[in-house]
Write a protein that binds this ligand. Structure first.
Ligand code: NAD
Length: 247
């Protein structure tokens, strides 16, 4: 099992560190195949495999094969929106509260004691990757997976989404009955301002038990492209993103 990121000396923070704070990379690669510029990282990677053929006499012939890949990674991590379909559901409300809790570094009381927000369970945020071996100590150097390349931090995600039910995310979080009351009370005010965008509802394609909650629907004829256009507009619209900017 990969070592826990918290035990690694290079580890910074499992919750509160955002993109702006991680502008300086945790490591650099010193290799003629890797070039850093202000805007990107260019890497030449040789992928070595063995191609095997069989002769008429039944003998195998193994030929080393090299494929050269040129990778270019943008060093600027842009603003990323995450729009969830079914935002007001158990998953949508829980992941939203979880991101808020991490963003704010919240600690709350439970029957078992205090709990602090973290991203354990996230492959990107909670696991490490072996970078190499320390030449002084001979020990493995493990770094958080999230620091391998520039990538968006979940704390920086702009969250939004659609739901056929109009309930705000604070009430939806109660309905989901997943989180501790103490944590819910700390994120309630912010979550109450988040209301899912109207969604597409075609009863033929949706379980009958959803009918009672379908009160937030896109109007219009679904035989036309109007609904598709509206969803496209939701995604593109700067206003839509800004309306959920505080999430
Ligand atoms: N909760 C889990 O542990 C879990 C685990 C694995 C997979 N899943 C899957 O993840 C999905 C969400 O799970 P959940 O627990 O949050 O379910 P949920 O029933 O709590 O939430 C689903 C949400 O989707 C909304 N919805 C239904 N039709 C919609 C439409 N046409 N447009 C927009 N919103 C619509 C509902 O109003 C509801 O709020 C489901 O497909 C579920 O099978 C859930």
């Amino acid at each position: 099992m990969a070592p826990h990121a918290l035990s690694d000396p290079g580890f910074r923070s499992m919750n509160g560190t955002s993109e702006s704070e991680t502008a300086r990379p945790l490591f650099v690669v010193d290799s003629p195949d890797v070039n850093y510029s202000e805007s990107d990282i260019k890497t030449k990677y040789v992928y070595r495999t063995t191609a095997v053929t069989k002769t008429d006499s039944g003998q195998y012939v193994a030929r080393p094969k090299e494929t050269v890949y040129d990778f270019k990674v943008d060093r600027h991590v842009g603003r990323v929106g995450m729009m969830l379909v079914g935002w007001g559901g158990n998953n949508g409300s829980t992941v939203t509260a979880g991101i808020l809790a991490n963003r704010q570094g919240l600690v709350w009381d439970t029957r078992e004691g205090k709990r602090a927000a973290n991203y354990y369970g996230s492959v990107l945020m909670g696991t490490t990757l072996k970078l190499g071996t320390d030449t002084d100590t001979g020990r493995d150097v493990n770094i958080p997976f999230h620091d391998v390349l520039p990538m968006v931090h979940p704390n920086d995600l702009v969250i939004g989404g659609w739901d056929i039910n109009r309930m705000n995310l604070a009430d939806a979080m109660d309905r989901a009955a997943v989180l501790e009351p103490t944590l819910k009370s700390m994120v309630r005010k912010e979550m109450a301002q988040m209301v899912p965008l109207p969604s597409i509802y075609y009863p033929d394609f949706i379980a009958a038990n959803q009918t009672d909650r379908a009160d937030n629907l896109l109007k219009g004829d679904h035989a036309s492209m109007a609904h598709v256009e509206q969803i496209r507009q939701d995604i593109r619209s700067v206003d839509t993103i800004s309306s959920v900017r505080n999430c």
